[in-house]
Design a protein around this ligand. Structure first.
Ligand code: ATP
Length: 311
């Protein structure tokens, strides 16, 4: 986090990939019980908050046009929810510098909400503790608490109840970006319909012990073999070209290939930084994706930027 003159605070927030996304049965409240192993990776949005008399947001970056710039923006919703807990009237002018793909299954909107919470908490000198920020975050969306948390964590419930997972090293990734996003609710609905058509009754989701061991040992080969996403079938059904994208990564030596969250971004785990560069170059030159970027994880969440730590 950086503080400049004129009362401005900037917070850097990471994207996530889901290493295990186990989707249980549909609940009465419309959510699914999940076991969601979140992993924060080094693709970041930056959220800047400047003291103001009213709320506004400006979004900059290649995909800025796809992000709402009014009250529906998740960062604005988060800032307003935080302001409601202040003991005096507060507001902010927010600027979001986007690098996380929009509607790409990497929780970009949730990241911006988390960034706004941390930036405004600091800007307005509210001093709300971590637990309270996590509580507000969970009200905004299931993925927002993890964007505060960062690292690697298991999310249960609808994904918002987090437990940190120890990891034994850095993992290297390539993300194949698609043109045009997929709607998360639509992908969940498709997953439900596919299961229904097969007469399938999903069991309560369970955390993969083998994955926990792979993470603890920093064993990329074992982790690659354990990557699993119950939404992948639905995402591929809605965007059939993703099958070729996943195959292209596997054929070029990825240790694991998976649709990230609800897609359409595809994530490839590779053996090291130079392998990541090679794969990104190969995918960029092919027809299977719009662009490919390298990243590593785990990285720290938005909260790591609070309390005087530099970005
Ligand atoms: P998730 O992985 O959490 O399901 P996602 O990464 O697929 O989400 P987001 O990038 O979070 O998708 O965007 C989902 C939708 O949320 C967008 O289509 C956009 O209309 C809306 N949205 C609201 N605020 C934001 C924001 N600050 N950044 C991006 N999208 C936002």
């Amino acid at each position: 986090m950086t503080s400049a003159p004129m009362d401005s605070v900037t917070v850097r927030v990471p994207a996530k990939v889901n290493l295990q996304l186990a989707v249980g049965p549909l609940r009465d409240d419309g959510y699914h019980d999940l076991v969601n192993v979140f992993h924060a990776v080094s693709i970041y949005d930056h959220v800047t908050a400047v003291a103001a008399d009213s709320f506004s947001v400006r979004v900059v970056g290649e995909e800025a046009g796809l992000v709402p710039d009014g009250p529906d923006n998740l960062a604005v919703r988060a800032a307003r929810a935080l302001a409601a807990r202040a003991d005096r009237p507060v507001a902010a002018w927010l600027t979001i510098r986007k690098s996380i793909p929009v509607a790409g299954g990497m929780a970009g909107g949730s990241a911006d909400a988390a960034g706004a919470l941390v930036a405004c908490n600091d800007l307005w000198k509210l001093g709300l503790p971590r637990e309270e920020l996590l509580e507000i975050a969970a009200d905004i969306g299931s993925d927002v608490p993890f964007a505060l948390f960062g690292g690697t964590a298991v999310g249960t419930g609808r994904g918002e109840l987090l437990t940190a997972v120890p990891t034994g090293g850095r993992f290297h990734w390539v993300f194949a970006l698609a043109e045009g996003g997929l709607s998360t609710p639509a992908v969940y609905a498709r997953c439900d319909r596919l299961r229904e058509a097969r007469g399938e009754r999903p069991a309560p989701p369970q955390e993969s012990k083998a994955m926990m061991a792979a993470l603890r040992d920093g064993d990329a080969d074992a982790l690659g073999a354990e990557l699993v996403n119950d939404l992948q079938e639905a995402a591929v059904a809605m965007r059939p070209s993703l099958a070729a994208t996943l195959d292209a990564g596997r054929e070029r030596g990825a240790l694991g290939a998976i649709v990230s969250g609800s897609g359409p971004t595809c994530a490839f785990l590779v053996a090291g930084e130079s392998k990541a560069d090679d794969l990104a170059r190969a995918l960029t030159g092919s027809a299977v994706c719009h662009a490919a970027v390298t990243a590593y994880g785990p990285v720290r969440g938005a909260l790591a930027g609070s309390g005087g730590h530099p970005v």
